[in-house]
Design a protein around this ligand. Structure first.
Ligand code: ARG
Length: 458
């Protein structure tokens, strides 16, 4: 087949070269963006009288027909036509004749591919924000059901201080909130139009870049044609934000896995989200959060690989840049799957409130509160800490918890102890006493929930 760029060549392309350099097998995902960009471009060409109105109408009709065929699954892409841009252009010429060849006037594949990719990343960024919001909604719904569920809070994975389970869950709400903000913010930079930058230097045709930018709902045009065709920062930024999202998903997954273990038994994931073992009949495995955690690696990898492709790349377009797309497509598919599953999995998980409470009871995580108690009564906190350390040691040696010790025993350690110590040590009070802004006290968590709900459309 003759190439659209075949004029200066005397030989056919080597078959292996053709396959090696083609990107159609993956960039066909940009088909709708490519057609959208072309529709804007051809409209502008006619407005600027670079082509006639009649030619424009023919080309638009052709592009719309192709778009319908794509939607109906009726197109065959060919490796010989290398990429999505030339596949569509070839189809157009086949559809409407040589006039189709006028579409590429005043344009290069370099500004074309950049435009397509911007449109794609913009669309996916918006979808990702919606996905994150769904997860946030699931978190809110679980938090509401667990406003009185007390669990041990951990540091170093050692029981530290009792907290509300709602509080723990909501911590993830804010991570996803920041992720959403990062995505929103990145849209400002995604939303620059490269179209009209030409191959690298602009074009001799009297085009109107502002018009195509506006038609494609970009905020502005790239002020520099070299930058326009060489910039992939927006893709790097998208992958960076996705990497941060995966970090959050991975940490949450790890907790879900730990909490569902026999050792913890804090939660049980719904049967619909677990799988069994081929040999051990008793097993119910948390495969979904495990895979979620595991897939983090490939997203970090996609980010690293694009950064590495761009590193040291001279201006302007280089074929290396064709390597920008697969990692982004893979990231979109991976996060799409992860986030779609996470929301219903969180919503349907069963919380073993009694087990969580038992873990709090059979522990010393109210020790800080006795230290605070003595400190409130005037003892310097450092001294109080020392006294309570001795009390905890005594309790452990005597196989008792802090609520089991008698007032006499307490008084043996310090004369400031009174009978009100038992109220201070009661777990519910331990939680609710942490009434500082952002603390785990129920009043604070209620405020937090109200605040959180302002950020999601119900
Ligand atoms: N398939 C190419 C890519 O994805 C399109 C741009 C090609 N431009 C060029 N001059 N070879 O990057």
């Amino acid at each position: 087949m003759t190439k659209l760029w075949g004029g200066r060549f005397t030989k056919e392309t080597d078959k292996l070269v053709e396959e090696y350099t083609a990107s159609i097998n993956f960039d066909k995902q940009l088909v709708y963006e490519d057609i959208e960009g072309s529709l804007a471009h051809v409209t502008m060409l006619a407005d600027k009288e670079i082509i006639s109105a009649e030619e424009r109408d023919q080309i638009i009709r052709g592009l719309v027909t192709i778009r319908e065929k794509v939607a109906a699954g009726k197109v065959d892409y060919s490796v010989a036509n290398e990429d999505i841009h030339m596949n569509i252009e070839r189809m157009l010429i086949d559809e409407i004749g040589p006039v189709g060849g006028k579409l590429h006037t005043g344009r290069s594949r370099n500004d074309q591919v950049a435009t397509d990719f911007h449109l794609y990343v913009r669309k996916q960024t918006k979808i990702m924000i919606k996905h994150l919001e769904n997860v946030q909604r699931a978190i809110i719904s679980q938090a509401k059901d667990n406003m009185d569920t007390i669990m041990p809070g951990y540091t170093h994975l050692q029981r530290a201080q009792p907290i509300l389970f709602a509080h723990h869950l909501l911590a993830y709400f804010w991570m996803f909130q920041r992720d959403k903000q990062r995505l929103e913010d990145s849209l400002k930079r995604v939303n620059w139009s490269p179209l009209g930058a030409g191959a690298l230097a602009g074009t001799t045709f009297p085009i109107n870049r502002e018009q195509t930018a506006e038609m494609l709902q970009f905020d502005q045009v790239y002020p520099n044609s070299l930058d326009a065709v060489s910039d992939r920062d927006f893709a790097v930024e998208f992958l960076s934000v996705c990497s941060i999202i995966m970090t959050h998903l991975s940490r949450l997954s790890e907790e879900l896995i730990t909490w569902s273990s026999q050792e913890f038994q804090f939660i049980e994931l719904d049967d619909a989200f677990c799988t069994g073992s081929s040999i051990m009949p008793q097993k119910k495995n948390p495969d979904v959060p495990e895979l979620l955690r595991g897939k983090t690696g490939r997203i970090y990898g996609n980010l690293m690989s694009l950064l590495t492709v761009l590193k040291g790349l001279p201006l302007a377009y280089n074929k290396d840049m064709q390597e920008d797309k697969e990692g982004v497509f893979d990231t979109v598919a991976t996060l799409d799957g992860a986030l779609s599953l996470l929301a219903p999995m969180l919503k349907t998980m069963h919380v073993n409130k009694e087990n969580m409470y038992q873990a709090v009871e059979q522990d010393y995580s109210n020790a800080t509160d006795i230290a605070d108690y003595l400190a409130t009564k005037g003892l310097p906190f450092r001294e109080a800490h020392e006294v309570i350390g001795k009390i905890v040691l005594y309790a452990i040696e005597n196989k008792k918890y802090l609520l089991d010790l008698s007032l006499e025993e307490y008084k043996n350690f310090h004369h400031l102890f009174e009978s009100d110590i038992y109220d201070v040590l009661a777990y519910k009070n331990v939680v609710n006493a942490r009434n500082s802004i952002g603390g785990t006290g129920k009043e604070q968590v209620k405020n937090q929930l109200i605040h959180a709900e302002e950020f999601v459309n119900q």
